[in-house]
Design a protein around this ligand. Structure first.
Ligand code: SF4
Length: 463
């Protein structure tokens, strides 16, 4: 039996979206999303599917794609794979959501209250990954509002990282000496319920004006210590490729800028955005690194795998920064499966973040011990490449601190007692400190020399 499909009506364009789209069209001859007719899009060929081995052994494609065909069965691939169609047809109202996911009248009323403070936005693609019949679904928890965003809404801080304090020109945060963060827009294809910047959602959406971007570029040019630029969210890939290139190419012309990093969740929530045009542009202005944000193995679909593959083939290394979330990925097995699947699509598990203490996210936060236990359950049980670094981003702009299990049980000057991943104990001789009476080059005893000019303590070590 053919499943019933939901007819997606054209959404009212949010003020925020309009500004983003206007920004695209100001800089780009291509039509922005929301301004093209559907018939234009039908001419486009969908990209080839399922060509990349993405490690879906654990989650067969039929499971992942179930909801697409249940609710969006009448949407042809040519539209489904068009990121602008996906962006234009985001689910932003509780009434729409209720057509797709079972919600009682009471739940709908609660969610309407929540969305007045923290809006809703989910792409049809990401929504199709949700099991609509499971209220505890880990994908759902990241996308669908919860009444607890309000009932626990006073716990935490609006801006826990105190980014306002380090904002030196609008949109540019300079906290560490050698790197700066550029926030070009606050628009995202999806509003992740655990977002650190969910305070921004109420601002109606913005894209930095030309004058603001010029001020950011001036600041970077004048600060020669800045070698690393992070362009992050709101999601910078909501800007058109041409608009983004106009900024990246200017950054690239600044001699002391060595690398550019892009923080984006598009490979997860709308992987169709990672098209050949974008990848060619990124390849042209490298070295560019891309940090993305997969939180659960079920997000690693064939589409996501293809997006990451395109990036990697374009010379853009992809790292993953996941956030530890209650009921989503707060078990060793869930992290293990996620990180193994990431490696299979050539994405390096980089950070596992403790969820920041942001207002409206307390129900998703876990005790710090949970993260440490997860790392303990992974280290030694799988390859080091699969183990992310567990970090807390400190409040008040204190920066990141890496936490790990304590493997040092005792320590004297000459020895450490260490435990390994199997709880076995080992004594480890600690080499003596070398006297610092001579420059290090002499201590290294270059070829042809004798130990005669090596300090006594070091000579003893050389045996
Ligand atoms: S994509 Fe990033 S910035 Fe945007 S809502 Fe999600 S976590 Fe926040």
């Amino acid at each position: 039996m053919k499943p019933a499909s939901v007819k997606l009506k054209r959404q009212p364009v949010y003020e925020s979206e309009k500004r983003c789209l206007d920004s695209c069209s100001n800089n780009d001859s291509e039509e922005p999303p929301g301004k093209r007719s559907t018939s234009d899009n039908l001419e486009e060929e969908p990209p080839s599917r399922h060509s990349v081995h993405c490690g879906l052994k654990e989650e067969p494609p039929s499971r992942v794609a179930t909801t697409r065909y249940r609710f969006f069965g009448d949407i042809p691939d040519s539209l489904w794979n068009d990121w602008k169609w996906q962006f234009r047809n985001r689910i932003t109202r509780v009434e729409q959501l209720a057509q797709l996911i079972p919600l009682s009248t009471e739940e709908q009323a609660q969610l309407k209250l929540v969305t007045m403070r923290y809006p809703l936005s989910v792409t049809p693609y990401y929504l199709s990954l949700i099991d609509p019949d499971d209220p505890r679904d880990p994908i759902r928890k990241q996308a669908i509002p919860s009444p607890m965003e309000m009932t626990m809404g006073s716990v935490g801080l609006e801006d826990p990282l105190d980014e306002k304090k380090d904002t030196v020109v609008p949109g540019l945060v300079h906290r560490y000496p050698d790197r700066v963060l550029l926030v070009l827009t606050d628009i995202c294809p999806m509003f992740c319920r655990h977002c650190t910047r969910k305070r921004e959602w109420r601002n109606g959406g913005w894209v930095r004006s030309t004058a603001e971007v010029e001020a950011m570029l001036d600041y970077v040019s004048q600060h020669k210590a800045v070698r690393d630029i992070i362009i992050s969210g709101g999601d910078p890939l909501t800007l058109s490729t041409r608009h983004l290139e106009s900024i990246i190419s200017r950054l690239r012309r600044i001699k002391h800028v060595e690398i550019i990093r892009i923080g984006t969740r598009f490979p997860v929530v709308l992987p169709q955005r990672i098209d050949n045009e974008l990848c060619s542009m990124l390849a042209k202005h490298g070295p560019i690194w891309l940090n993305t944000h997969f939180n659960h193995v079920r997000e690693i679909t064939p589409e996501a795998a293809e997006a990451c593959d395109r990036l990697v083939r374009s010379g853009v290394p992809v790292n993953n920064q996941s956030v530890l979330l209650r009921g989503v990925n707060d078990r060793i097995e869930a992290q293990m499966r996620l990180c193994h699947a990431l490696l299979r699509i050539k994405v390096r598990p980089y950070y596992l973040f403790q969820c920041d203490e942001v207002q409206g996210t307390e129900h998703l936060r876990t005790p710090v011990e949970t993260g440490i236990k997860i790392i303990e359950g992974m280290r030694g049980h799988t390859s080091g490449l699969a183990v992310p670094t567990f970090v807390i981003d400190l409040p008040q702009g204190g920066g990141k601190v890496a936490l790990q299990p304590n493997y040092v049980l005792a320590q004297t000057e000459g020895e450490l007692v260490l435990r390994n991943y199997q709880e076995r104990l080992f004594h480890y001789r600690n080499p003596a400190k070398l006297a610092r009476t001579e420059p290090p080059s002499e201590v290294l005893c270059p070829a042809g020399s004798t130990t005669a000019n090596v300090p006594q303590e070091a000579a003893a070590n050389l045996g």
